[in-house]
Design a protein around this ligand. Structure first.
Ligand SMILES: Nc1ncnc2c1ncn2[C@@H]1O[C@H](COP(=O)(O)OP(=O)(O)O)[C@@H](O)[C@H]1O
Ligand SMILES: [Mg+2]
Length: 597
């Protein structure tokens, strides 16, 4: 006798539920999405015990009449698509027609709905797949679906539910995603009769973000927008000071649907390259609009993944839009001031309130800051052109106009041979001399090399180094790149190469050390890594090696040169690895600390 049987419908639904309904949050997501597809402008979500006991979603959408209410919980029933053609341009959040049937097969349901033009409401109850008949009910326009005791007949699934707090966190996350995607919706989330969020569709989007996350996040977002090649992008990008240790705070919406996509995550990460440290993740809210025909949403049961037909275009548009904005923004790292000790312990001793700000103020009092003398424009120009021999960098010293330098007639001071303190209009800044110089060199190097090759100077005495066969291969393979870097490296004998010329911009670096590390990098990564990334790594390494070090005493002219360069490069606020170069202290911070206000 044959072993194969046809599964009954409830079994089929339960199997589908296994895919769609992972936990209470999945139910809440599906119900909220249905409310949105029904044109609701107001949604109320009420939860008990993290969704184990009850999940109820009410909306003021167009509702269902008695006939539709009976059908909605049948498998494969939907009002959202009709023919296979519709599958190519899905504008609704749902379309698979399996959510309600799946939920109803694994819980107790009560659904009440009243269609827009109908005189009364109807109600249906379902207990793990077994349905009551439709009965009249009294309710306002719209739909309320209550889901009780999820998985109560499936102890194995119920056992996998986590604590109330964990399940509630997942529900809250789903609620946030919808709240971000549909900013004009009035939305309320209630847990165990306590209001968690009440959002009005009339409030500003930043206000919504402040309520959902924090005002710190909301206040530290920069906005950008682009509309090219059929892709509209609107982004709110977190500044580096509010970065995170994971990418959970990256919210990407495609035509109002929350998605996760590895191309897009990569584009975001790339956009922040050099602005954030490599192990940090930016906060980002990204809203993409593009024709429904340009991607497939029917690739994942919960529709969190989509397939772009031209993923490279999506990647490059996002990267371009975000990168342009981020590179054009000056990020200041503000000093994080500790809460004054008195505020913490009203009767505590004041010694404990000695903070960085206090220490700096003290420093200013004791050391009379160096004041650059009043100089005429031409004297300054002269001074600048004479600086060719100064350490900071010979051929790269830039002649700034007197107007440009005007803003540099300022008070500055080097402390601990590592930091430069400069007075600004509204306070002072502390610069990490190594990090800033690294950024300056990196910018100069990359501008130069992308247009041309680096200028080099011949070494008086060539320096030689021993090379393995693999390294010799790497040198030969990358001969063009090495030449572009302004390095002349010639074979000198068996397994020996000589450095005959070295880039002027890197004069502070030891030629032999730098070339050794370069060869290591080319041998390790010369294959595999794409040429742009490889060059970027080399420039990073070069900037780091040739930059002024911490612990190095600088002359006034060197400091002036650094401060002048700072005003003329992109991304001066961050070193190429994404660490801050500058920390700002405002007068109002000082006043607060000294209790002047
Ligand atoms: N809140 C609601 N308001 C109005 N109609 C609804 C609502 N929820 C579900 N429906 C109807 O029930 C149908 C089935 O819902 P569902 O099982 O989630 O499938 P899908 O959303 O994929 O169509 C929907 O297509 C819609 O017509
Ligand atoms: Mg649905």
């Amino acid at each position: 006798m044959g072993q194969i049987v046809v599964l009954d419908q409830n079994m089929i639904n339960m199997i589908a539920a296994g895919e769609v309904i992972e936990r209470p949050a999945s139910v809440v997501k599906e119900l909220m999405e249905n409310s949105i597809d029904a044109g609701a402008t107001k949604i109320t979500v009420s939860i008990e015990d993290g969704g184990r006991k009850l999940m109820s979603v009410s909306d003021n959408g167009y509702g269902m009449d008695a006939e539709d209410l009976a059908k909605a919980f049948e498998p494969h029933t939907t009002s959202k698509i009709k023919t296979s053609k519709d599958l190519h341009s899905i504008s609704t959040l749902g379309f698979r027609g399996e959510a309600l049937a799946s939920i109803a097969s694994v819980a107790q349901i009560k659904a009440v709905s009243r269609a827009k033009d109908s005189a009364g409401a109807n109600c249906i109850e379902i207990d793990c797949g077994s349905k009551s008949s439709i009965s009249p009910a009294s309710a306002d326009f719209g739909t309320t679906i209550q889901v009780r005791d999820l998985f109560y007949k499936l102890p194995a699934r119920r056992k996998f539910l986590r604590t109330v707090n964990t399940e509630m966190e997942h529900i809250t996350e789903q609620f946030k995603r919808i709240a971000l995607a549909k900013k004009n919706l009035d939305m309320t989330l209630i847990h165990n009769n306590r209001e968690v969020y009440r959002l009005s569709g009339k409030e500003s989007f930043r206000r919504r973000i402040a309520e959902l996350f924090s005002s710190e996040i909301s206040e530290n977002l920069i906005e950008t927008e682009s509309d090219e090649k059929g892709i509209h992008i609107f982004a709110l990008l977190g500044t580096p000071n509010i970065s995170k240790t994971n990418n959970k705070f990256q919210y990407v919406f495609l035509n109002g649907r929350f998605i996760r996509d590895k191309f897009i995550s990569h584009a975001i990460k790339e956009a922040y390259r050099g602005i954030l440290e490599p192990d940090r993740f930016p906060i980002a809210f990204l809203f993409i609009q593009m024709p429904y025909e340009d991607y497939d949403v029917n690739v994942h049961p919960t529709k969190i993944e989509v397939r772009f037909y031209n993923a490279n275009l999506v990647h490059s548009q996002i990267l371009g839009c975000l990168r342009e904005k981020l590179l054009g923004t000056e990020f200041h790292t503000r000093a994080k001031l500790p809460i004054p000790a008195q505020a913490k312990h009203r009767l505590g001793t004041s010694h404990r309130s000695q903070t960085i700000t206090d220490a700096m103020a003290e420093f200013f009092r004791r050391h009379k800051p160096i004041q650059t003398q009043q100089q005429t424009g031409s004297a300054i120009m002269d001074y600048y052109s004479r600086q060719h021999t100064a350490d900071i960098q010979t051929t790269e010293t830039q002649a700034y106009s007197p107007a440009q330098i005007g803003s540099l007639e300022t008070k500055f001071l080097q402390i601990h041979d590592s930091y430069i303190v400069e007075q600004t209009d509204d306070g002072f800044i502390i610069i990490d001399q190594h990090a800033l110089h690294e950024r300056i060199l990196y910018e100069k190097l990359s501008n130069r090399i992308r247009n041309n090759k680096l200028e080099s100077q011949r070494l008086l005495i060539p320096e030689s180094l021993e090379i393995t066969d693999a390294e010799a291969d790497a040198i030969k393979k990358n001969a063009e790149l090495i030449d572009k870097l302004g390095i002349e490296l010639v074979p000198f004998g068996p397994r020996i190469y000589a450095i005959q010329a070295f880039p002027t911009l890197l004069a502070r670096a030891e030629a032999i050390d730098f070339v050794r590390d370069l060869i290591d990098l080319l041998t390790d990564k010369g294959v595999g890594l794409d040429p742009d990334r490889l060059l970027d790594e080399i420039l990073n390494m070069a900037a780091c090696k040739a930059a002024i070090k911490a612990g190095q005493r600088l002359s006034d002219s060197e400091i002036i040169q650094l401060l002048a360069d700072r005003q003329h490069i992109e991304c001066a606020g961050r070193c190429p690895h994404g660490r801050p170069t500058t920390i700002k202290f405002s007068l109002s911070d000082l006043e607060k600390q000294f209790k002047r206000t």
